[in-house]
Design a protein around this ligand. Structure first.
Ligand SMILES: [Zn+2]
Length: 318
């Protein structure tokens, strides 16, 4: 599959004024309610070419939305990649040296590996480690319905359903290529109360992804009990959104060869009715659906060995 010709409906906000922040860490700003409550953290631009999260943070700042309890910390994660965004060639600004969202294990962060992304991850690690609740805002390559990725544990599923938006919740364990920020430390421990969500708001540069990012952020702040009633009334429809459905991922298909291909231009959320349907090939190896009504999650266009090609899952519950 070739990369689609990008149509860029969004404009990346100017974040030069955000650099100094107030935490001693560049592009990290903390809003303190001065009342006891949770440490809530919202992260954007983990991938530098994903604009909707920064737009949601910009909205929060412009509208002076403050937490009613605890603290709210806003982080532009991979700002070096974000600042390299080029409308005429928007794909390379995903990262500088490596994928920021594959370095979040103690093994990598405590190692000598020195890349733009590991250096930055180490800078914001104390913020992530101290978060009670984290929302990490992303977007996708394909035009497809937004997804809330809640991790493999019951606590994440419950949290995603409490936020209640967007309407598809994906329960998955991440990637063979390295651990995500949302799975770091206590977030990945089912016995700990800390909880993290990763939202995929739609295609990277479609205008709607910014609307989804804003609504997800507001509903997330509401779910953790820090959104002021006046802000809820100003920005959220009082009618609850449709009840989300959970898709449980049973496997992430990791690409083994340079000859990986899909048989169709899948964009995600396709449901393949019959078990054993061949949906692609990795070299000589057919990729077969393992059960009836198999849901395809986020098929990639970056078909490189070691990367996740697609996740396979099924709808659970009512
Ligand atoms: Zn992303």
């Amino acid at each position: 599959m070739a990369e689609p010709r990008p149509v860029i409906e969004l404009t990346p906000p100017d974040i030069s004024g955000w650099r100094a922040g107030n935490t001693g860490i560049d592009y990290v700003t903390r809003i303190d309610s001065l009342s006891p409550g949770p440490n809530v953290v919202v992260t954007a631009a983990v991938h530098g070419n994903e604009l909707c999260g920064v737009i949601a943070l910009d909205f929060l700042r412009r509208e002076a939305i403050r937490p009613t309890r605890g603290t709210l910390t806003l982080v532009v994660c991979n700002y070096a990649a974000y600042l390299s965004f080029d409308r005429s060639n928007p794909y390379p600004s995903r990262f500088v040296d490596e994928d920021f969202n594959r370095v979040w294990s103690h093994a990598v962060l405590d190692s000598a590996r020195r890349t733009v992304e590991t250096v930055r991850a180490r800078e914001i690690r104390p913020i992530v480690a101290a978060a009670d609740f984290l929302l990490d805002i992303h977007s996708m390559q394909n035009i497809s319905a937004p997804l809330m990725l809640c991790g493999p544990h019951e606590k994440g599923r419950r949290f995603a359903l409490e936020v209640g938006f967007p309407a598809h919740v994906v329960s998955d364990a991440g990637h063979a290529a390295g651990q995500r920020m949302r799975d770091y430390g206590a977030f990945g421990d089912p016995a700990m109360p800390q909880n993290a969500l990763l939202v995929e708001c739609g295609q990277h540069w479609e205008a709607r992804s910014a609307d989804v990012a804003r609504e997800t952020l507001l509903r997330f702040l509401d779910a953790v009990g820090v959104l002021a009633a006046k802000d809820r009334d100003r920005f959220l429809d009082p009618a609850p959104p449709p009840k989300p459905r959970v898709i449980e991922v049973t496997e992430a298909v990791t690409i083994r060869t340079e000859q990986f291909r899909f048989h169709s231009d899948f964009v995600g959320l396709e449901v393949i009715a019959k078990r054993g349907t061949e949906i692609g090939r990795d070299g000589d190896r057919p990729l077969l659906t393992p059960y009836d009504d198999c849901v395809l999650i986020m098929p990639t266009r970056r078909l490189k060995p070691g990367q996740t090609a697609v996740r396979l899952g099924r709808f659970v519950g009512a």
